[in-house]
Design a protein around this ligand. Structure first.
Ligand SMILES: *Cc1c(COP(=O)(O)O)cnc(C)c1O
Length: 386
């Protein structure tokens, strides 16, 4: 047969496929598996949002093809949120676009901006979709190493000139998956300066913008003066409101980039179901105390994990955002060896750091997607296995 395409042939096997196979086999054998690998909140979507969806489902006016850029009330709610939360003004007509989850927008952005052979600057380690979307667009990616000693921020000065010349897009993501690193506005200022100097647009993925702890407030890249000339920002309801399965997100910022993405999307999809857009708008417009409640739960879980890791000699600084713990593997192991060893001995699933890029080697990721007791149990088992 002459398929799949060469383009698809470049995509490495799905990272979690092997782990999922092992997990299924262990469950079959009666092992009590604790999965700390998935980045999917275990808490339910707040009930007022679910109720709004049910209400909108009763209205037949919502049943037609949705407007593919998103209904205006949805885009207006996002513009209102940016003004209220960040002090950033957005034109809902041209600077806000609805997405079927931010993953969809990220994946479609790449072919909307690059041609085959162009380069995309990608944080290493990072969310694998940036890399895979680049390969699917017949582009090349350049890994910008995120090192602990640099607060997991890329050092733009280390990017070779010939790479810069070929680059048509850069991704950033703070609070970061998998590193849980956070930045202040000065980092975004530097990024925007770099971007303008070299005419490389920036796509900032802010999936964890509201998953933050204590007094920390994650900045938007659009708070940088003049950033709208070069930057867009992806947003999602998945992690903020525990709505991963709803598939609803948005992108805001530079209107030419948004226009390009909307042209590609208008030939690919037809927008998210209107009742889901309306319920998501309601999530932004109504009482936000659910976010605080979720974050407090994650913060407690974080404390359980950090304390447990410290007791086995793995010290991790308390993250200010995201629901991940990014920890160094004990001496004598590679990421894959450690994670495989833990899984086989304890039934605890961790994600090996190298799954997120070469600079993730030497780390593993814990997702805080199970209750305190299970986290405690997982750490206890790991401790006993070492
Ligand atoms: C979960 C996640 C997303 C995907 O969000 P959706 O809106 O559910 O598609 C995007 N980026 C990062 C870094 C994520 O962790």
């Amino acid at each position: 047969m002459n398929y799949p395409s060469k383009r698809l042939g470049q995509i490495p096997p799905y990272l979690f496929a092997e782990i999922n196979k092992k997990k299924a086999a262990m469950i079959e054998n009666g092992v009590d598996v604790i999965d700390l690998g998935i980045g999917d909140p275990d808490l339910p979507t707040p009930s007022h949002i679910v109720e709004k969806l049910v209400e909108e489902l009763q209205n037949p006016a919502n049943f037609n093809y949705p407007n593919f850029i998103g209904c205006l009330s949805y885009r207006q709610s996002i513009a209102d949120f940016y003004l209220r939360h960040y002090g950033v003004e957005l034109d809902p007509e041209t600077e806000v676009l609805a997405l079927i989850g931010s993953k969809e927008g990220i994946a479609h952005l790449v072919p909307a901006l690059i041609d085959p052979g162009d380069t995309v600057l990608i944080p290493d380690p990072s969310y694998p979709v940036y890399r895979m979307a680049t390969l699917l667009a017949n582009g090349n990616y350049y890994d910008m190493p995120l090192l602990k000693e640099n607060n997991f921020e890329p050092d733009f000065r280390l990017i070779p000139q010939d790479v810069i010349d070929r680059s048509k897009l850069m991704f950033l993501n703070y609070p970061g998956n998998p590193t849980s690193a956070t930045v202040d506005i000065d980092f975004f200022k530097d990024a925007v300066t770099f971007s303008k100097e070299h005419s490389i647009p920036i796509a900032h993925d802010s999936a964890y913008n509201m998953v933050t702890y204590s007094e920390y407030k994650a900045p938007s890249i659009l708070q940088v003066e003049g950033s709208k000339e070069v930057a867009i920002e992806f947003g999602s309801f998945s992690k903020t409101y525990n709505m991963t399965g709803w598939r609803i997100g948005y992108v805001v910022g530079n209107k030419e980039i948004i226009k390009a993405l909307s042209i590609l999307k208008s030939n690919t999809d037809t927008g998210q179901f209107t009742p889901i857009q309306k319920a998501a708008a309601f999530a932004l417009d109504s009482d936000q105390s659910c976010i605080k409640t979720h974050n407090r739960i994650y913060e407690e879980r974080m404390a359980v994990v950090l304390e447990g890791l410290a007791s086995i000699g793995i010290d991790v600084e308390a993250p200010k955002g995201s629901f991940f713990v990014w920890a160094p593997v004990p001496e004598g192991f590679t990421s894959t060896e450690f994670v495989t060893n833990v899984l086989e001995k304890t039934g605890v699933i961790l994600t090996p750091g190298n799954a997120f890029g070469p600079s993730g080697e030497g780390y593993f990721r814990i997702s805080l997607s199970v209750p305190n007791e299970r986290l405690f149990e997982a750490i206890t088992r790991i401790k006993e296995s070492l």
